[in-house]
Design a protein around this ligand. Structure first.
Ligand SMILES: [Zn+2]
Length: 261
């Protein structure tokens, strides 16, 4: 990783991942790597709600605080230099964006931030519409885990990135998707070379996973366009999605068995 990326972060999709994080940390420390464990990144919903009435902003802030209290999810960072510790903590605790620290191109980081802003504002607007225009009703709705539908754009970039640049870790912006000479295109070439040098099996597994993720993403996009949600999707499509997930898990298991077994 040295020279390729200043830092990398590992998380496990779970509200309580402390055991898994500690286990992985031990392995990385044994490999002689610098690690930092932090809480997961949780930015307040209200950071995008400028212009909203203050009692509504207060309701979102209070709910974020309440939700955080029960979470025990952590991130494990690997850094090339211990001096990155301060930057890592700033990205976790303050409004600093985490993308630059992970070596993502600034054009793609900007796009991601715009998308978060669009989603944050659309979500808050939908909750307020469903609950009523005062802070008390909004807080009650959030505490009751109100379900709202939010229309946002740009999700197709996720699988389009897998298709064009299977080796990068971020979602590419439109301009990066348009040219392999873009910052993302160059990163992809660099990471592909690295993967091939480390282990040809790693390179093959990444390519195969990306191919599955593209098919998965395409189906999700098409279903989305038809106005279908995960709940209303037909059973045949659901089965296809489930089988993609199983194949992905199988690929990963096979890779770990061959590399570490
Ligand atoms: Zn870009």
């Amino acid at each position: 990783m040295a020279g390729e990326k200043p830092a990398a972060a590992f998380g496990f999709l779970s509200d309580d991942n402390e055991g898994e994080i500690r286990g992985l940390r031990e392995e990385l420390v044994n490999l002689g790597l610098e690690t930092v464990v932090t809480r997961s990144i949780r930015k307040p919903t209200s950071r995008h709600l400028d212009g909203f009435p203050s009692d509504l902003i207060g309701a979102f802030d209070l709910h974020d605080l309440e939700a955080d209290r029960y979470r025990r999810d952590f991130l494990l960072w690997v850094a090339v230099d211990t001096r990155l510790r301060r930057q890592i903590k700033a990205a976790v605790n303050a409004p600093a964006s985490v993308g630059p620290l992970l070596g993502y191109p600034s054009c793609c980081v900007r796009r991601e931030e715009d998308l978060h802003r669009e989603m944050g504002r659309a979500f808050a607007t939908a909750v307020i519409e469903a609950a009523g225009p005062d802070g008390k009703s909004v807080l009650a709705a959030l505490r009751n885990d109100v379900k709202v539908t939010v229309e946002t754009s740009g999700h197709a970039n996720l699988w389009k990135t897998d298709e064009a640049y299977p080796f990068v870790f971020h979602t590419a912006c439109d301009s990066c998707l348009a040219s392999s000479e873009s910052p993302t295109g160059k990163l992809n070439a660099q990471f592909q070379t690295l993967a091939a040098e480390l282990d040809p099996a790693l390179q093959r597994t990444i390519l195969e996973m990306a191919r599955l993720e593209v098919q998965f993403g395409r189906i999700c996009s098409e279903s989305d366009d038809k106005g279908l949600s995960p709940e209303t999707i037909d059973s045949e499509t659901r089965q296809r999605l489930d089988s993609f997930s199983e194949t992905c898990e199988g690929l990963l298991d096979a890779f770990w068995d061959s590399s570490w077994g």
